[in-house]
Design a protein around this ligand. Sequence first.
Ligand code: PGA
Length: 252
Amino acid sequence: MAEKERRLYIAGNWKMHKTSGEARTLAAEVAKAVGGSSRTIMIAPPFTALAAVRDALDSSRVRLGAQNMACEESGAHTGEIAPAMLTDLGVETVILGHSERRAIYGEDDTLINRKVRLARAHGLEVILCVGETIEQREAGEAETVVSSQLEQGLAGVEELSGVVVAYEPVWAIGTGRTASPSDANAMHALIRSNVESWYDRDAAEALIIQYGGSVKPGNAAELLSQQHIDGALVGGASLEADSFVAIVRALE
Ligand code: PGA
């Protein structure tokens, strides 16, 4: 199948898994196995494993990502990690607004937007996660919820380069349930048309929109072949080199 004009971007979110030793081993395996891939690839280990993963990635083209970031530059914020601490470790990308941060830690759109703007000010690529819960979907609110999260998350962001959007229906994360490829594609198309109306056509066409939620080697090709699906944000299947690499290689 012909590659889309937008380069597919596969990202691994390791969540709260892997000690630094385990992370180093996995990162080295991934880096070795994806050497010849034309995809954009990123892995986001826990903060405590960032340095080990950076060393393991060495000169590989796999990007180093973080899973979260503070909304302030520095100061009295016990337990938080500042953007400059991430860039100092070689982090290039930060995942913001993940549904687990929203649901478990109460992050709202205003806080997420502060983080998005701060990350961009530090030159960090942002993966902004949006997605509806099952209750919202069943109430017919999925489109409104996703559009609102996106609009608030991007408020005051003038330039969209350096921003990736991940559509992750909450009910599909870690559950083995995925949105059907056509339903996911329809939401991605809506995201792109929103972005066109807020920015312009070029920005919308260039925007990478990843799908996330139980992406596995067995469903990756069908999802990634959809017109508006430009990559995947992978949780569970990124914890083993074989399954993550199979997703990176899907359709190649
Ligand atoms: P999952 O997680 O692939 O395990 O469903 C995706 C995510 O939360 O980013």
